[in-house]
Design a protein around this ligand. Sequence first.
Ligand code: PLP
Length: 359
Amino acid sequence: MSSPDRLSVRESVALMDGYHSPQLDVAVRLNTNESPVPPPEGWAEALQAALADIEWHRYPDRGAHELRAALAKHEGVAPEQVFAANGSNEVLQCLLLAFGGPGRIALTFEPTYALHSHIARLSATQVVSGEREEDFSLDADYASTMVAEHRPAVTFLCSPNNPTGMVEPPQLVERLLTDISALPGLLLMDEAYGQFDPHTAVDLVDEVRPLAVARTYSKTWSMAAARLGYLVAPSWVVAELDKVTLPYHLDSFKQIAGRLALDYEDEMNDRVAMLVAERERIAAALDQLAVHHWPSGANFILLRPDSGDGDGVWQGLVDRSVLVRNCSSWPRLAGCLRVTVGSPAENDAFLSALSEVLA
Ligand SMILES: *Cc1c(COP(=O)(O)O)cnc(C)c1O
């Protein structure tokens, strides 16, 4: 039945597709870049014990002081330079609510993480999409020109970049930062996969540079279920973000879970080292197969079967109970698939299924 009087959504929402990451019931799930292993048992036990002390009838610490202090120590910055939210996606949303909005521009360089432009549009920020080169690197002169031409309020870089896996050279980051300082504007570095590669922009964060670095518990910390992410940025950026969050947006449980996780940094580093080794093992195996793959500094690899039949290969893998991300229909990624680095057994299952499908 049609409802002529039903209120329509606002125009910017009507134009959009929701964000989808299809899930299927398969044995090997390598499609959303999660960690294949749970957090350490010691953390789970410490969390259990800490739960007993939560005053459930009280609101949580609104400023998440202990969590922010612990993150600040972990990242080597001041607590005033840390903002935490429900996943780094909410961090980005807060940044755009505060610094984007009507009449302002967000600049992305495609292909990159679809949520950057999606969240920008949700916040009524105009999106300007720059393009990466044929090999998915970003030309520094071009990026610089785009910044000068469009004067974006927020420029997004993702390093390692999702879905390509490629790492931005530090010279490019520093050059863009200089360009953006002159606008004025902000550079948002999305480092959701930052621990999988030696480069980080966190070291460049101070009180002067207009640089904000987003990180998350979802990937390296094996805590996707917790929905917790954070930003390292000058205190004058963080102070504005605190104004646009909903009151008490971080519940007590999450604040404790995130703070305790930082006590298990060695275990996190071990998991990262295992995944980096597995990533290199997968890359070497892919060299022997009829696929092209891109160099990755993350916990996933983008590949394209030489046949160009991404959909067919994706289905062949699903038929063998292996789910990877089908990027075939994404702009510039025709025929491409993205595989998350899983446990050694999962990666073996993926590689043998892929060899079969390609044979
Ligand atoms: C997975 C991912 C995130 C994580 O988002 P959360 O909301 O923290 O789970 C952020 N940025 C990129 C590029 C990602 O791939």
